[in-house]
Design a protein around this ligand. Structure first.
Ligand code: AMP
Ligand code: MG
Length: 417
């Protein structure tokens, strides 16, 4: 993809590269210390704060992997065949309790504990049975069709490490080991408010020049999906005292403070100005589109994110910067979002200078290829492009417009949100 340095925007040179902004944010935040011990059903989506070891063997006892006959490996014939006497049956949950001597065998079902004196299961299709007499043939190996105690998980083995976010499989794994409660990090509290004289809440009538506040709702959704505690402080007027009070109130109530709006170039710059007095600013501009006016700093030692006002910018900057930070604060191991390379069937307009996150749909075309298309107009105020998307198309800073069939980087939402 060709670069066109001449198209570079004057602001871009003052903006921090995306990677550097993310790295500064990640280095500035610390995991919460407090944790709580909860019943496992209450831990879905929470971050584990202990190393979980198994106190039992899985399988608990050596058992049969098939329906068949439990025999001793020492009775297996090298050539020809051998007759064994059938002395009983072992079922799953109903073991055969007597020892089995050489020359004897036991009918056994899948999952049944191997009777004492046996170590091998011959599947039922491979024997001839005549009343109490079983005829087995050469060609079997000692130990076949048997699951050894501790084969999946041995006593003392670490099965989940601290920093793991608990997903449905982990709940099942814990239950399979008889573990009823685990220690998890406490939820991260995030206070947020919207700024802007033009904003109305959803139960108020709109008059000319006003718009509904949508940012508090996308933030609520994104925070809930992350397992954070959302603290909605409403809409704050663009007045110095109101905004200062709201910033301090947010920092007092939460671990992290987020605002939207009021950080654009050429605006009253109220949030920026106040942060210089009540807190500290790390940076103000990132070479990202949408979302260049992105502020990061701290108020009262609490991380502060001043997100842009435009609804799509809020979501893009949240996923790229706030989410990794919140994961780290929650105590989770943070990894980069899954990125895949696929052909893009749309023409994408872009100027060099900023990393762009366009909204796309990953689909399978008629030929069965995984491809991506853009979701209509990409303006930073057009939330519909986001609602219809299932991925971000990530276009590197130096890249200019993309022609159809170009291979692009895509971050699927299913791995990201
Ligand atoms: P600002 O960053 O405050 O200049 O806002 C940029 C654009 O986003 C303006 O068109 C605002 O009206 C709009 N905007 C700001 N906050 C919100 C919000 N909470 N919900 C919807 N749109 C908003
Ligand atoms: Mg504003």
């Amino acid at each position: 993809m060709a670069t066109q340095g001449s198209c570079r925007d004057a602001h871009d040179v003052h903006s921090l590269p995306v990677d550097e902004a993310l790295s500064r944010i990640i280095h500035a935040v610390r995991p919460v210390n407090e944790s709580e011990t909860l019943p496992i059903v209450s831990t879905l989506g929470r971050v584990l704060d202990e190393e979980v070891r198994s106190e039992i063997n899985v399988p608990y006892a050596t058992n049969s992997a098939m329906d068949g006959y439990a025999v001793s490996g020492a009775d297996l014939p090298d050539t020809g065949e051998r007759e064994l006497i059938l002395i009983g049956t072992a079922l799953a949950g109903e073991p055969f309790m007597e020892p089995v001597a050489r020359g004897q065998c036991v009918r056994i079902m899948t999952g049944a504990v191997m009777p004492q004196g046996t170590d091998t299961v011959i599947i039922q299709e491979e024997v001839d049975q005549d009343g109490d007499v079983l005829r087995i043939h050469a060609g079997h190996l000692p130990g076949e069709n048997v699951r050894q105690a501790g084969e999946d998980i041995a006593i003392g083995q670490v099965i989940l490490s601290p920093g793991t976010r608990i997903m449905p499989a982990a709940l099942g794994l814990l239950a399979s080991l008889g573990i009823s409660e685990v220690r998890v990090k406490r939820r991260v509290r995030v206070a947020y408010f919207s700024t802007g004289e033009e904003l109305r809440s959803i139960n108020q009538p709109l008059v000319e020049g006003t718009i509904y506040d949508s940012n508090r709702y996308t933030l609520f959704g994104m925070l809930m999906r992350l397992g954070a505690v959302p603290i909605d402080l409403g809409v704050v007027r663009d007045r110095r005292d109101d905004t200062r009070h709201a910033l301090l109130d947010a920092a007092a109530k939460a671990d992290v403070v987020i605002t939207t709006g009021g950080v654009s170039v050429g605006e009253a710059d109220l949030v920026k100005e106040l942060l210089n007095t009540v807190g500290d600013i790390s940076f103000w501009q990132v070479a990202i589109k949408p979302g260049r006016p992105l502020a990061f700093g701290e108020i009262d030692h609490k991380p502060f994110f001043g997100l842009p006002g435009n609804p799509v910018s809020v979501m893009v900057t949240f996923y790229q910067f706030v989410q990794p930070a919140l994961r780290r604060i929650a105590g989770e191991h943070v990894t980069a979002p899954l990125t895949i390379k696929v052909p893009c069937l749309s023409r994408l307009k872009k100027r060099p200078g900023r990393v762009e996150y366009q909204r796309g749909r990953l689909e399978t075309d008629e030929a069965g290829r995984l491809v991506v298309l853009k979701t209509g107009p990409q303006g930073s105020g057009i939330l519909r492009s986001m609602a219809e998307a299932n991925c971000f198309i990530v276009l590197p800073s130096q890249c200019s417009s993309v022609e159809p069939e170009t291979i692009v980087d895509v971050q699927p939402f299913f791995g990201l949100v």
